[in-house]
Design a protein around this ligand. Sequence first.
Ligand SMILES: [Zn+2]
Length: 221
Amino acid sequence: MFVGHYGPSFLAKRADQSVPLWVLFLAVQLMDVFWALFVFLGIERVRIVPGFTKTNPLDLYYMPYTHSLPGALAWAVAAAIVYRLVTGSGKGGALVGAAVFSHWPLDLLVHRPDLALWDNTAKVGLGLWDYPILTLALEGLLVFGGLAVYLGVTRTRPGSRPYSLPTLAAVIFVLQVGMLVGPPPPSDRAMAATALLSYFAIAGVVAWLERGRQPRELATE
Ligand SMILES: [Zn+2]
């Protein structure tokens, strides 16, 4: 799953608008950020096997540190603690931790059984990736549903453009469709580097775009 992970970050904004959206955008992908880094460094491993699933060619045979259930819980707790230490907000920390953990159940829906319940064993995954239309429908529902909730609790700041975030969501959704129909990545490290850059680029754009919105309850003028 890629763009669908961003749905929960919009929902977390509804619970506490003090948490920056770009932080939540990194939080929901934190497991994949470290996965890409670890693949790049050779700590976790993936094989590119064209046709491995109907949606992507990734044989994710070794990722116990980022995508096992205990791993996901550990990243979530660590992120919650770091956010709490940096900002002093316990509620914000809890939301950031929940956003990090949301990655795992969403991956569970789409992955082949490659998500370990312990270390690199007892692997689970419901395999929606073998149904490309269903996968895209789910990802679209998550990201655009979450976006609708976010747009409902915020308003455009005077002088800002109202359609910038929906445009971004549409662009990353189209990129995802492109990955589905495009050629497989040239190598695991090239794919990891591209993924890592994408996560930070998207969070960076969101940091810029979210300045154009403000909470609705503050809208008094
Ligand atoms: Zn993942």
